[in-house]
Design a protein around this ligand. Structure first.
Ligand code: BG6
Length: 483
């Protein structure tokens, strides 16, 4: 791998401390960071390298589950430098020049800050002469809150960096199990040849969260679950389930195919938004840890918000492969448990010869568990052993659990993979501008239809699977959610 320097803007923020610094430590431990690489933390407050190093140590101790190893820490700490920059002051970016050496190495500039600052950072890097071909920028979500605002952000960045230098994060694309969707589909002929409207009845994608909004009312209330989760994470999962076989694993082959799926999403408009979507908002309820407040009672909240904390949708993909195969998506905060999965429901048998013991044969299901308890199940019908009259059938599971099968492999955090790919200069797992914009175009139509309706979201008690209306959404099509 070509060595690079790594600049972390927003190094004192929550994301950097909770996720990015621990992930960099793990890469150090796996010896995946080139010896020459310097990690430069950037924030506004004045500080010293020594103070920064101890702050990083504190973050690792607080946010990593495993103990820090002395030898790993020593080599990691040796790379750490701190630079204070007021991100709005272009003339201060020249301070970085003492730390990054573009004559020798490329620079990865990771923007773990509010998107409104992305443009200022790029401008500052340019003023300092650091926005060269030897630099890339990594952008955290959200890239805007609709198509128009995403264009403003992308233009501000695009004024200094061309598309090949811009790495937009969707951390779901760093998750092992999400990447495994490609392996399952394109390394197994049993799936490759049974993956269309001929054999699949419908697909369900659930990303249920147990957490609430975790003190982020200000951000979340302006966003809501559709923009916060569906526009990015759920649509990315959907595209990987739905894409045509890419010719290769290179970045543009995959991203071109994903874009085609996004373009084929049937628009949800004012005419059909009622039958195709459900919005919910949690009220007080109970989770494993005890009683929790409702969304409107969360700290910093107001009592009149109509922001949704749950969304369920019926999505149709207008292409040959997925004709008449609905994709049902649902995601919510404060649901019964944290569970993300894709369930492929195959079609039922056209003729049942086991009527005597099973009036209606259940269809096969392929359950891809994304998190937690990562794995893949296939449900198949089997004969129950025995000499009794008739053939008794039972639905049984072929169960591949990642933790049992790959016992000696650690499942890396999504950010470890993404930081590594950004350092390697491989954009395949990052979102291209046309993908972001296509996803916003589709989501904007839903958001605008909801706004025009001006209805309160349906209440659901924290600790449940969402509002009753989400059950009706599937019941109308004669189906039900997997629970
Ligand atoms: C983030 C959202 O992108 O993803 C959060 O902003 C959400 O609201 C989080 O909780 C979920 O990520 P994960 O990896 O815990 O499923």
């Amino acid at each position: 791998m070509e060595p690079c320097d790594f600049v972390l803007f927003g190094t004192l923020g929550d994301l950097a401390r909770r996720k990015l610094l621990p992930s960099l430590y793990q890469l150090e431990k796996a010896q995946l960071i080139a010896p020459e690489t310097t990690i430069v933390g950037v924030a506004r407050s004045e500080s010293t390298d020594e103070k920064y190093v101890s702050l990083v140590r504190e973050s690792l101790e607080k946010f990593m589950k495993e103990p820090i190893e002395d030898s790993v820490w020593e080599s990691f700490a040796r790379r750490l430098r701190y630079v204070n920059i007021d991100l709005m002051q272009s003339n201060q970016y020249s301070r970085l020049r003492d730390y990054v050496d573009q004559a020798q190495r490329e620079t990865v500039n990771y923007c773990a800050v509010a998107p409104s600052l992305f443009g200022a950072i790029c401008q500052g890097l340019s003023t300092a002469g650091l926005a060269t071909e030897r630099a890339r920028v990594v952008l955290e979500k959200p890239i805007g809150k609709d198509l128009a605002s995403s264009k403003v952000i992308n233009d501000a960045v695009g004024a200094f960096f061309h598309e090949g230098q811009v790495y937009r994060i969707d951390h779901y694309l760093g998750k092992e199990t999400v990447l495994n969707l490609l392996a399952l589909r394109f390394a197994n002929s049993i799936f490759t040849t049974n993956w269309d409207h001929n054999t699949i009845d419908h697909v369900q994608i659930t990303v249920a969260e147990e957490v609430g909004i975790e003190g982020r009312w200000g951000y979340f209330d302006q966003s809501g679950q559709l923009r916060d989760m569906v526009q990015n994470h759920l649509l990315q999962i959907l595209t990987l389930v739905a894409i045509e076989p890419p010719v290769a694993l290179d970045s543009d082959s995959i991203r071109n195919e994903k874009l085609k799926v996004l373009k084929a999403l049937r628009p949800i408009t004012r005419d059909n938004v009622d039958e195709k979507t459900v919005r919910g908002q949690y009220t007080a309820g109970f989770l494993t840890g005890g009683a929790v407040p409702g969304y409107l009672e969360e700290e910093g909240g107001n009592t009149r918000s109509n922001t949704e904390t749950f969304a369920a949708l019926r999505v149709d993909i207008d292409n040959w492969r997925w004709a008449d195969v609905p994709f049902y998506l649902r995601t919510g905060k404060r649901m019964t448990t944290k569970r993300s999965e894709v369930v492929i429901h195959f079609k039922s048998m056209p003729h049942n010869i086991f009527k005597e013991s099973y009036r209606k044969l259940p269809a096969n299901r392929l359950i891809i568990r994304l998190q937690p308890d990562e794995g893949v199940d296939i449900e198949v019908m089997n004969k129950v052993p025995g000499l009794g009259k008739g053939v008794h059938l039972q639905r049984t599971k072929l169960d591949l659990s990642f933790t049992d099968t790959f016992k000696n492999e650690r499942i890396p955090d999504a950010y470890e993979r993404l930081l590594l790919e950004a350092m390697r200069g491989n954009p395949a797992l990052f979102i291209r501008r046309d993908e972001v914009e296509q996803a916003w175009t589709w989501v904007d139509s839903i958001q605008n239809s909801w706004a025009a309706q001006n209805e309160a979201p349906k209440p659901y008690a924290a600790g449940t699977w969402g509002p009753i209306a989400s059950i009706t959404l599937l019941a109308r099509d004669g189906r039900e959610w997997d629970e």
